[in-house]
Design a protein around this ligand. Structure first.
Ligand code: PLP
Length: 387
Protein backbone atom coordinates (compact mmCIF):
# COMPACT_ATOMS: atom_id res chain seq x y z
CA UNK A 1 0.00 0.00 0.00
CA UNK A 2 1.48 3.35 -1.05
CA UNK A 3 1.61 6.12 1.50
CA UNK A 4 1.03 8.87 -1.05
CA UNK A 5 -2.52 9.59 0.17
CA UNK A 6 -5.59 10.36 -1.93
CA UNK A 7 -6.82 13.50 -3.63
CA UNK A 8 -10.35 14.81 -4.02
CA UNK A 9 -11.01 17.66 -6.46
CA UNK A 10 -7.28 18.18 -6.80
CA UNK A 11 -6.58 18.55 -3.07
CA UNK A 12 -5.08 15.93 -0.76
CA UNK A 13 -7.53 14.49 1.74
CA UNK A 14 -7.70 11.89 4.48
CA UNK A 15 -10.86 9.86 3.85
CA UNK A 16 -11.86 8.55 7.27
CA UNK A 17 -15.52 7.80 6.59
CA UNK A 18 -15.24 4.17 5.49
CA UNK A 19 -18.08 3.05 7.77
CA UNK A 20 -20.31 5.21 5.56
CA UNK A 21 -18.87 3.84 2.33
CA UNK A 22 -15.57 2.49 1.05
CA UNK A 23 -14.06 3.09 -2.37
CA UNK A 24 -14.54 0.29 -4.89
CA UNK A 25 -11.55 -2.01 -4.81
CA UNK A 26 -9.72 -2.55 -8.13
CA UNK A 27 -10.69 -6.22 -8.17
CA UNK A 28 -14.39 -5.30 -8.04
CA UNK A 29 -14.01 -2.75 -10.83
CA UNK A 30 -12.27 -5.31 -13.00
CA UNK A 31 -14.81 -8.05 -12.28
CA UNK A 32 -17.75 -5.74 -13.03
CA UNK A 33 -16.42 -4.32 -16.26
CA UNK A 34 -17.44 -7.23 -18.60
CA UNK A 35 -20.99 -7.06 -17.27
CA UNK A 36 -21.24 -3.45 -18.37
CA UNK A 37 -19.79 -4.09 -21.81
CA UNK A 38 -20.22 -7.65 -23.07
CA UNK A 39 -22.29 -9.82 -20.74
CA UNK A 40 -25.25 -7.55 -20.17
CA UNK A 41 -28.17 -9.89 -20.78
CA UNK A 42 -30.99 -10.46 -18.35
CA UNK A 43 -29.88 -13.64 -16.53
CA UNK A 44 -33.35 -15.15 -16.82
CA UNK A 45 -33.05 -15.25 -20.65
CA UNK A 46 -32.66 -18.39 -22.78
CA UNK A 47 -29.66 -17.47 -24.94
CA UNK A 48 -25.94 -17.82 -24.50
CA UNK A 49 -25.35 -14.34 -23.09
CA UNK A 50 -28.09 -14.85 -20.52
CA UNK A 51 -26.58 -18.17 -19.53
CA UNK A 52 -23.17 -16.52 -19.14
CA UNK A 53 -24.66 -13.82 -16.90
CA UNK A 54 -26.40 -16.51 -14.87
CA UNK A 55 -23.15 -18.40 -14.47
CA UNK A 56 -21.38 -15.29 -13.18
CA UNK A 57 -24.17 -14.80 -10.63
CA UNK A 58 -23.94 -18.44 -9.59
CA UNK A 59 -20.18 -18.09 -9.12
CA UNK A 60 -20.76 -14.97 -7.03
CA UNK A 61 -23.31 -16.87 -4.96
CA UNK A 62 -20.70 -19.54 -4.21
CA UNK A 63 -18.22 -16.89 -3.07
CA UNK A 64 -20.76 -15.14 -0.83
CA UNK A 65 -21.84 -18.47 0.63
CA UNK A 66 -18.25 -19.26 1.58
CA UNK A 67 -17.76 -15.75 2.95
CA UNK A 68 -20.89 -15.92 5.07
CA UNK A 69 -20.72 -19.57 6.11
CA UNK A 70 -23.87 -20.71 4.35
CA UNK A 71 -24.91 -22.99 1.53
CA UNK A 72 -25.15 -21.22 -1.86
CA UNK A 73 -28.91 -21.84 -1.86
CA UNK A 74 -29.23 -19.87 1.39
CA UNK A 75 -27.92 -16.63 -0.15
CA UNK A 76 -30.49 -14.04 -1.22
CA UNK A 77 -29.04 -11.13 -3.18
CA UNK A 78 -30.55 -7.84 -2.05
CA UNK A 79 -30.36 -4.17 -2.88
CA UNK A 80 -28.05 -3.51 0.11
CA UNK A 81 -28.01 -3.53 3.88
CA UNK A 82 -31.24 -1.65 4.43
CA UNK A 83 -33.16 -4.02 2.21
CA UNK A 84 -31.62 -7.12 3.79
CA UNK A 85 -32.42 -5.85 7.29
CA UNK A 86 -36.00 -5.02 6.32
CA UNK A 87 -36.49 -8.35 4.57
CA UNK A 88 -35.27 -10.19 7.66
CA UNK A 89 -37.31 -8.29 10.24
CA UNK A 90 -40.47 -7.38 8.32
CA UNK A 91 -40.45 -10.52 6.17
CA UNK A 92 -40.26 -12.74 9.21
CA UNK A 93 -42.81 -10.80 11.24
CA UNK A 94 -45.27 -10.80 8.34
CA UNK A 95 -44.80 -14.54 7.92
CA UNK A 96 -44.94 -15.55 11.58
CA UNK A 97 -46.86 -12.72 13.27
CA UNK A 98 -45.87 -12.15 16.89
CA UNK A 99 -43.39 -9.61 18.14
CA UNK A 100 -40.10 -8.34 16.68
CA UNK A 101 -37.30 -7.60 19.16
CA UNK A 102 -34.08 -5.66 18.61
CA UNK A 103 -31.36 -3.84 20.53
CA UNK A 104 -31.53 -0.09 21.06
CA UNK A 105 -28.34 0.49 19.09
CA UNK A 106 -29.43 -1.12 15.82
CA UNK A 107 -29.09 0.78 12.58
CA UNK A 108 -32.36 2.47 11.61
CA UNK A 109 -32.76 -0.20 8.91
CA UNK A 110 -33.63 -2.56 11.79
CA UNK A 111 -34.84 -0.17 14.47
CA UNK A 112 -37.41 1.63 12.31
CA UNK A 113 -39.15 -1.58 11.11
CA UNK A 114 -39.18 -3.01 14.65
CA UNK A 115 -40.70 0.21 15.99
CA UNK A 116 -43.19 0.43 13.11
CA UNK A 117 -44.27 -3.14 13.85
CA UNK A 118 -44.83 -2.27 17.51
CA UNK A 119 -41.90 -4.45 18.60
CA UNK A 120 -39.65 -4.38 21.65
CA UNK A 121 -36.39 -2.46 21.92
CA UNK A 122 -33.78 -3.83 24.33
CA UNK A 123 -31.41 -1.60 26.33
CA UNK A 124 -27.60 -1.69 26.16
CA UNK A 125 -24.99 -0.97 28.83
CA UNK A 126 -22.70 2.07 29.01
CA UNK A 127 -20.21 0.40 26.67
CA UNK A 128 -22.89 -0.24 24.06
CA UNK A 129 -23.21 -3.99 24.63
CA UNK A 130 -26.66 -5.55 24.89
CA UNK A 131 -28.09 -5.81 28.42
CA UNK A 132 -28.85 -9.49 28.92
CA UNK A 133 -31.40 -8.91 31.70
CA UNK A 134 -33.32 -6.57 29.42
CA UNK A 135 -33.03 -9.09 26.59
CA UNK A 136 -34.38 -11.88 28.80
CA UNK A 137 -37.31 -9.67 29.78
CA UNK A 138 -38.13 -9.04 26.11
CA UNK A 139 -38.08 -12.71 25.14
CA UNK A 140 -41.24 -14.73 25.57
CA UNK A 141 -43.53 -16.97 23.55
CA UNK A 142 -44.63 -14.00 21.40
CA UNK A 143 -41.18 -13.13 20.04
CA UNK A 144 -40.79 -14.30 16.44
CA UNK A 145 -37.70 -12.41 15.29
CA UNK A 146 -34.79 -11.05 17.33
CA UNK A 147 -32.30 -8.74 15.64
CA UNK A 148 -28.94 -7.92 17.22
CA UNK A 149 -26.15 -6.46 15.11
CA UNK A 150 -22.66 -7.94 15.01
CA UNK A 151 -20.80 -4.60 14.99
CA UNK A 152 -22.22 -1.14 15.56
CA UNK A 153 -21.93 1.45 12.82
CA UNK A 154 -21.19 4.37 15.15
CA UNK A 155 -19.01 3.03 17.94
CA UNK A 156 -17.71 -0.12 16.27
CA UNK A 157 -18.64 -2.21 19.33
CA UNK A 158 -18.98 -5.94 18.66
CA UNK A 159 -21.91 -7.77 20.25
CA UNK A 160 -21.59 -11.22 21.91
CA UNK A 161 -23.84 -12.87 19.35
CA UNK A 162 -23.36 -16.44 20.53
CA UNK A 163 -24.62 -15.46 24.01
CA UNK A 164 -27.55 -13.66 22.42
CA UNK A 165 -28.35 -16.81 20.45
CA UNK A 166 -28.24 -18.87 23.65
CA UNK A 167 -30.62 -16.46 25.37
CA UNK A 168 -33.00 -16.62 22.40
CA UNK A 169 -32.85 -20.43 22.24
CA UNK A 170 -33.56 -20.64 25.98
CA UNK A 171 -36.40 -18.12 26.30
CA UNK A 172 -37.92 -17.88 22.81
CA UNK A 173 -37.00 -21.01 20.84
CA UNK A 174 -39.69 -20.23 18.25
CA UNK A 175 -37.94 -16.96 17.33
CA UNK A 176 -35.34 -16.63 14.58
CA UNK A 177 -32.17 -14.62 15.17
CA UNK A 178 -31.12 -11.99 12.64
CA UNK A 179 -27.79 -10.23 12.73
CA UNK A 180 -26.88 -7.12 10.78
CA UNK A 181 -23.27 -7.86 9.87
CA UNK A 182 -22.96 -4.84 7.58
CA UNK A 183 -20.20 -3.21 9.64
CA UNK A 184 -18.60 -6.48 10.66
CA UNK A 185 -17.74 -8.15 7.38
CA UNK A 186 -14.67 -6.05 6.55
CA UNK A 187 -13.12 -6.91 9.93
CA UNK A 188 -14.50 -10.10 11.43
CA UNK A 189 -14.94 -13.72 10.42
CA UNK A 190 -18.68 -13.39 9.91
CA UNK A 191 -18.98 -16.99 8.70
CA UNK A 192 -17.90 -18.18 12.15
CA UNK A 193 -19.33 -15.44 14.37
CA UNK A 194 -22.77 -15.44 12.75
CA UNK A 195 -23.06 -19.22 12.45
CA UNK A 196 -25.55 -19.04 15.32
CA UNK A 197 -27.87 -16.67 13.40
CA UNK A 198 -30.71 -17.71 11.12
CA UNK A 199 -30.55 -14.53 9.06
CA UNK A 200 -27.39 -12.51 8.29
CA UNK A 201 -27.26 -9.30 6.25
CA UNK A 202 -24.27 -7.61 4.60
CA UNK A 203 -23.81 -4.69 2.22
CA UNK A 204 -21.15 -4.56 -0.50
CA UNK A 205 -20.22 -0.89 -0.29
CA UNK A 206 -18.92 -1.30 3.25
CA UNK A 207 -16.14 -3.65 2.11
CA UNK A 208 -14.89 -2.44 -1.25
CA UNK A 209 -17.88 -3.45 -3.36
CA UNK A 210 -20.44 -1.32 -5.17
CA UNK A 211 -23.37 0.53 -3.61
CA UNK A 212 -26.93 -0.77 -3.81
CA UNK A 213 -26.18 -4.47 -3.50
CA UNK A 214 -25.95 -6.85 -0.57
CA UNK A 215 -26.77 -10.33 0.59
CA UNK A 216 -29.04 -11.86 3.18
CA UNK A 217 -28.37 -15.37 4.42
CA UNK A 218 -31.69 -17.12 4.95
CA UNK A 219 -30.91 -20.48 6.50
CA UNK A 220 -32.74 -23.48 5.19
CA UNK A 221 -36.13 -23.89 6.82
CA UNK A 222 -36.49 -20.22 7.81
CA UNK A 223 -39.67 -18.87 6.26
CA UNK A 224 -39.98 -15.23 5.24
CA UNK A 225 -42.51 -13.25 3.31
CA UNK A 226 -41.00 -11.24 0.47
CA UNK A 227 -41.25 -7.46 0.65
CA UNK A 228 -41.58 -7.22 -3.12
CA UNK A 229 -43.82 -9.32 -5.30
CA UNK A 230 -43.05 -10.11 -8.91
CA UNK A 231 -40.94 -12.71 -10.69
CA UNK A 232 -39.44 -15.69 -8.94
CA UNK A 233 -35.85 -14.48 -8.63
CA UNK A 234 -33.99 -15.33 -5.44
CA UNK A 235 -36.46 -18.07 -4.49
CA UNK A 236 -39.24 -15.49 -4.78
CA UNK A 237 -37.78 -13.62 -1.79
CA UNK A 238 -36.30 -10.81 -3.86
CA UNK A 239 -38.00 -10.61 -7.23
CA UNK A 240 -36.71 -8.22 -9.86
CA UNK A 241 -33.95 -8.46 -12.46
CA UNK A 242 -30.65 -9.22 -10.78
CA UNK A 243 -28.12 -6.43 -10.36
CA UNK A 244 -25.66 -8.74 -12.08
CA UNK A 245 -22.64 -6.42 -12.17
CA UNK A 246 -23.23 -5.36 -8.57
CA UNK A 247 -23.47 -8.96 -7.41
CA UNK A 248 -20.27 -9.90 -9.25
CA UNK A 249 -18.49 -6.80 -7.90
CA UNK A 250 -19.59 -7.66 -4.36
CA UNK A 251 -18.24 -11.19 -4.67
CA UNK A 252 -14.90 -9.92 -6.03
CA UNK A 253 -14.61 -7.54 -3.07
CA UNK A 254 -15.58 -10.33 -0.67
CA UNK A 255 -12.82 -12.53 -2.07
CA UNK A 256 -10.29 -9.77 -1.40
CA UNK A 257 -11.63 -9.44 2.15
CA UNK A 258 -11.36 -13.18 2.75
CA UNK A 259 -7.72 -13.16 1.62
CA UNK A 260 -6.60 -10.00 3.40
CA UNK A 261 -8.95 -9.49 6.35
CA UNK A 262 -6.78 -10.88 9.14
CA UNK A 263 -3.72 -8.93 8.02
CA UNK A 264 -5.68 -5.73 7.33
CA UNK A 265 -7.38 -5.90 10.72
CA UNK A 266 -3.98 -5.96 12.46
CA UNK A 267 -2.56 -3.17 10.27
CA UNK A 268 -5.62 -0.94 10.65
CA UNK A 269 -6.02 -1.56 14.38
CA UNK A 270 -2.47 -0.21 14.70
CA UNK A 271 -3.32 2.88 12.65
CA UNK A 272 -6.61 3.33 14.53
CA UNK A 273 -4.81 3.14 17.88
CA UNK A 274 -2.25 5.70 16.76
CA UNK A 275 -5.07 7.97 15.62
CA UNK A 276 -7.29 7.58 18.69
CA UNK A 277 -4.39 7.77 21.17
CA UNK A 278 -2.94 10.74 19.33
CA UNK A 279 -6.20 12.68 19.56
CA UNK A 280 -6.85 11.64 23.17
CA UNK A 281 -3.32 12.74 24.09
CA UNK A 282 -3.59 16.08 22.33
CA UNK A 283 -7.14 17.14 23.17
CA UNK A 284 -8.25 17.27 26.79
CA UNK A 285 -11.83 16.64 27.86
CA UNK A 286 -12.29 14.01 25.19
CA UNK A 287 -14.13 10.77 25.83
CA UNK A 288 -13.62 7.61 23.82
CA UNK A 289 -16.99 5.91 23.48
CA UNK A 290 -16.98 2.24 24.42
CA UNK A 291 -14.12 -0.07 25.28
CA UNK A 292 -11.70 -0.07 22.34
CA UNK A 293 -10.76 -3.71 22.83
CA UNK A 294 -14.36 -4.63 22.04
CA UNK A 295 -14.50 -2.72 18.76
CA UNK A 296 -13.82 -3.62 15.14
CA UNK A 297 -10.33 -2.63 14.05
CA UNK A 298 -11.18 0.31 11.81
CA UNK A 299 -13.30 2.27 14.21
CA UNK A 300 -12.37 5.25 16.38
CA UNK A 301 -15.21 7.09 18.06
CA UNK A 302 -14.64 10.11 20.28
CA UNK A 303 -16.78 12.76 21.96
CA UNK A 304 -15.36 16.24 22.55
CA UNK A 305 -16.83 18.26 25.38
CA UNK A 306 -17.97 21.74 24.42
CA UNK A 307 -17.94 21.13 20.68
CA UNK A 308 -20.73 20.73 18.11
CA UNK A 309 -20.03 17.88 15.69
CA UNK A 310 -21.40 19.76 12.75
CA UNK A 311 -19.04 22.69 13.20
CA UNK A 312 -16.13 20.31 13.77
CA UNK A 313 -16.89 18.34 10.60
CA UNK A 314 -16.98 21.60 8.67
CA UNK A 315 -13.53 22.63 9.91
CA UNK A 316 -12.13 19.15 9.30
CA UNK A 317 -13.47 19.08 5.76
CA UNK A 318 -11.92 22.46 5.14
CA UNK A 319 -8.58 21.00 6.18
CA UNK A 320 -9.02 17.88 4.04
CA UNK A 321 -10.20 15.41 6.69
CA UNK A 322 -13.42 13.61 5.78
CA UNK A 323 -15.19 12.03 8.74
CA UNK A 324 -18.67 11.90 10.24
CA UNK A 325 -20.51 12.37 13.50
CA UNK A 326 -22.94 9.54 13.84
CA UNK A 327 -24.06 7.15 11.13
CA UNK A 328 -24.20 8.30 7.54
CA UNK A 329 -27.96 8.32 7.67
CA UNK A 330 -28.09 10.90 10.46
CA UNK A 331 -27.20 14.49 9.82
CA UNK A 332 -24.66 15.33 12.49
CA UNK A 333 -25.33 17.35 15.58
CA UNK A 334 -28.93 18.29 14.79
CA UNK A 335 -29.87 14.65 14.93
CA UNK A 336 -28.54 13.28 18.23
CA UNK A 337 -27.32 9.73 18.06
CA UNK A 338 -29.78 7.12 19.36
CA UNK A 339 -26.76 4.88 19.94
CA UNK A 340 -25.04 7.32 22.29
CA UNK A 341 -28.36 8.10 23.99
CA UNK A 342 -28.86 4.35 24.60
CA UNK A 343 -25.35 4.19 26.10
CA UNK A 344 -26.34 6.95 28.55
CA UNK A 345 -24.42 9.86 27.02
CA UNK A 346 -26.00 13.20 27.69
CA UNK A 347 -27.04 15.27 24.73
CA UNK A 348 -24.25 17.81 25.13
CA UNK A 349 -21.43 15.25 25.04
CA UNK A 350 -23.13 13.18 22.32
CA UNK A 351 -23.43 16.40 20.31
CA UNK A 352 -19.63 16.51 20.09
CA UNK A 353 -19.20 13.03 18.60
CA UNK A 354 -16.68 12.28 15.89
CA UNK A 355 -16.50 8.96 14.03
CA UNK A 356 -13.19 8.28 12.31
CA UNK A 357 -13.54 5.07 10.34
CA UNK A 358 -10.60 3.51 8.55
CA UNK A 359 -10.74 1.24 5.52
CA UNK A 360 -8.57 -1.08 3.47
CA UNK A 361 -7.02 1.88 1.63
CA UNK A 362 -6.21 3.94 4.75
CA UNK A 363 -2.52 4.71 5.23
CA UNK A 364 -0.18 6.37 7.71
CA UNK A 365 -0.53 9.55 5.66
CA UNK A 366 -4.25 9.70 6.45
CA UNK A 367 -3.60 9.34 10.15
CA UNK A 368 -0.84 11.97 10.01
CA UNK A 369 -3.18 14.43 8.33
CA UNK A 370 -5.99 13.80 10.81
CA UNK A 371 -3.64 14.18 13.79
CA UNK A 372 -2.28 17.41 12.35
CA UNK A 373 -5.75 18.86 11.96
CA UNK A 374 -8.15 17.60 14.66
CA UNK A 375 -6.58 19.10 17.83
CA UNK A 376 -6.42 22.57 16.28
CA UNK A 377 -9.98 22.36 14.99
CA UNK A 378 -11.34 21.37 18.42
CA UNK A 379 -9.31 24.12 20.12
CA UNK A 380 -10.61 26.70 17.66
CA UNK A 381 -14.21 25.73 18.32
CA UNK A 382 -13.70 25.73 22.07
CA UNK A 383 -12.04 29.16 21.95
CA UNK A 384 -14.89 30.40 19.85
CA UNK A 385 -17.45 28.92 22.25
CA UNK A 386 -15.73 30.45 25.25
CA UNK A 387 -15.27 33.86 23.64
N1 PLP B 1 -26.72 -1.61 8.79
C1 PLP B 1 -25.63 -0.99 9.21
C2 PLP B 1 -25.00 -1.43 10.49
C3 PLP B 1 -25.07 0.05 8.47
O1 PLP B 1 -23.97 0.67 8.91
C4 PLP B 1 -25.70 0.43 7.27
C5 PLP B 1 -25.18 1.58 6.47
O2 PLP B 1 -24.65 2.52 7.01
C6 PLP B 1 -26.84 -0.26 6.86
C7 PLP B 1 -27.32 -1.28 7.64
C8 PLP B 1 -27.53 0.08 5.58
O3 PLP B 1 -26.81 -0.43 4.50
P1 PLP B 1 -27.05 0.15 3.02
O4 PLP B 1 -26.37 1.49 2.98
O5 PLP B 1 -26.40 -0.84 2.12
O6 PLP B 1 -28.51 0.24 2.80
Amino acid sequence: MSDAGVEFLGAPIAYLDNAASTPLCPEAIEAMSPLHREVYANPTGAHRMARDTRRLIDDARDVMAEALGSAPGEIVFTGGGTEGDNLAVVGRQMQAGGVAVCSAIEHHAVLAPVERLGGRVVAVDASGVIDFDALAAALDGDATVVSVMLANNETGMVQPLEEVAEAVRAAAPQAVLHTDAVQAFAWLDVAALAACADLVSVSAHKFGGPKGVGALVVREGVELWPLLLGGGQERGLRPGTHNASGIVGMAAAAEVVLKSRAEQAVRLAGLRDRLADGVLGAVENTVETGDRSGKVAGSAHLCFEGVESEALLFLLEDAGVYASAASSCSSGAQDPSHVLAAMGYDRALAGGALRLSLGYQTTDADVDRALAVIPGAVARLRDFGAG
